[in-house]
Write a new protein. Sequence first.
Length: 241
Amino acid sequence: MLEIEDLEVTYKNVILGVKKVSLNVPKNKITAFLGANGAGKTTTIRAVTGLLKFHSGNITKGAIHFDGKEITSWNSRSIGMAGIMQVPEGRRVFSQLTTEENLLVGSSANSLNNQGRIKLAEKIYEYFPRLYERRNLNAGYLSGGEQQMLAIGRALMAQPKLLVIDELSLGLAPLIVWDITKKLTEINRQENLTILLVEQNARLALAVSEYSYVLENGLVALEGPSHSLQDNSVFKAAYLG
């Protein structure tokens, strides 16, 4: 579904962000994109979602294809309308809006009428009952875990074909992270939703994904079926301890 071929990105035409990054995210699967902070994961995701220009970045080589179309030069709005939605690092909910208002904002990218949007929100509440309980509360008063659920739910309200989740586990307690991850695997199965999980937490990412890519210093250093990476001595020493 998503194919990145020999991607190279520079910032301010001087600083090299990533070089020759290639990866494939198959339809209806969960794929992990791993790497330490500063490895180039965020740069790659900005290229996929059309947000590089807001950070003085440019794609200087390579190509990105999504759902059979080249989107390398597309802007963020066009990419979003094509079906790629991102759950950003740090959640970034609209703190002054209620939980339900946040969800409805997410639905602005789909073509549903008001009744359809309400029904879609009800489905999100079924996946995340805590959001239903907090639906009339301003999002700024939600816990970190609840805000992450809301950020995911808001993205799902756009009815994406590909959901890109940037640092799901950041700043959250392990039990909360695993609860949310279980919900994501359930959504993946029931909605046939393709997910790209961008993570530093290798154990988490390997546990839920079918295939993984490891980025180091702007290059894909390792890739393979997630279960096989757990037995890779180099990977274990670097990421699993």
